[in-house]
Design a protein around this ligand. Structure first.
Ligand code: ASP
Length: 341
């Protein structure tokens, strides 16, 4: 029996086709996908399609939309072997990260893909990305999905979604995973890096977290950052969590006002998570004096998490877990391979 894969279309460049008369680009009708791309039949995969009523540029992506995607996966979970989400590249890493935390106990592949050029363009990268994603999403060994994770498949690489960042606005090779190797490389064959793939230890069934708390913010440290800027962000009404993007291995300016402001906010219940601005490597608070003060203020370490992972993990945990001390504990624990610890 052919594996069954559900294609979920949210929007992005991949799904644009050019009207031959007007020349205008618009989203194409995914119900006619097999007619548009007859080569998909050669995959020996039964493909179902679900198109969102509102097709978006992924710049408009938001938690409500992530909840919708998660619901579609939940509703179709039993009937499909895997899922491919067609998505714009701009926020694909955020969506992949959010879904990885929302879909607890996932035992099937959820592969996000898109393209830098619309699928109708001769040189488009969309066709290969789509075919590779469908093939991987339907791939099973001993009756089980080999890759039971939320991934991004782009330009010959399969990455763990919550480890990725969009690095290039032009190249076909748009994504980067600095702290975790590719789960598979797609050449003549799909070469799976089995040691890099998340291993499910027990089958718990899918639990979908549909409550996200968006009362979080990201503060990127830069030379010359003012007390006013920092204090304005910390004063945001109702703020529950802050991602502090620091230098190198977690360092920040030594000005006493910074430590004092962060400490005051933490004492008042704000969770502050330290992640690095670097694209690879991790936060090691205490390594330099420039991070000892953050540690003393009560800032916690996000180790080698990406910004995309840190902010979406915080939203999911704050939406579903109490008390805050438990949220802080889980933020420092790898839940689905987002950290190397
Ligand atoms: N702006 C587009 C989007 O993210 C770019 C793309 O699809 O690559 O939806």
């Amino acid at each position: 029996m052919n594996p069954k894969v559900l294609l979920i279309y949210t929007g992005g460049t991949i799904g644009m086709v050019q009207d031959p008369k007007t020349g205008a680009w618009s989203p194409f009708d995914f119900t006619s996908l097999l007619e548009t791309m007859p080569s998909l039949r050669k995959l020996n995969v039964d493909i179902g399609t679900h198109s969102f009523s509102k097709i978006i540029d992924s710049s408009d992506m938001c938690p409500e939309y992530w909840i919708e995607i998660a619901k579609v996966i939940e509703e179709n979970y039993k009937n499909y072997d895997g899922f491919v989400v067609l998505h714009g590249t701009d926020t694909m890493s955020y969506t992949a990260s959010a879904l990885s935390f929302m879909l607890e106990g996932l035992e099937k592949s959820v592969i996000l893909t898109g393209s830098q050029l619309p699928i109708g363009v001769l040189r488009s990268d969309g066709k290969d990305n789509l075919i590779n994603s469908i093939e991987i999403a339907g791939y099973k060994e001993n009756g089980k999905a080999l890759v039971s994770e939320v991934c991004i498949c782009f330009e010959n690489n399969l990455y763990r979604g919550n480890r990725t960042t969009k690095l290039n606005a032009e190249n076909f090779n748009a994504f980067y995973s600095g702290n975790h190797p590719a789960l598979a490389e797609v050449g003549i064959h799909v070469k799976y890096n089995r040691h890099a793939i998340l291993q499910q230890t027990e089958s718990r069934g899918l639990l979908v977290h549909k409550k996200l708390d968006d009362r979080v913010a990201i503060l990127k440290i830069y030379p010359g950052i003012s007390q006013n800027t920092v204090e304005s962000i910390l004063a945001i009404d109702g703020l529950q969590g802050l991602i502090l993007e620091t230098y190198g291995s977690g360092n920040a300016p030594s000005a006493p006002w910074l430590k004092n402001a962060l400490k005051r906010a933490i004492d008042n219940g704000l969770i502050i998570l330290n992640i690095t601005q670097c694209k690879a490597g991790k936060v090691e608070m205490g390594k330099y004096q420039a991070s000892v003060e953050l540690l003393e203020a009560g800032v916690i370490s996000g180790e080698d998490m990406t910004t995309e992972s840190a902010v979406t993990k915080m939203m999911v945990l704050l939406g579903s877990i109490t008390p805050k001390s438990k949220v802080a504990e889980l933020l420092q624990t790898s839940l689905c391979g987002e950290m190397s610890n």
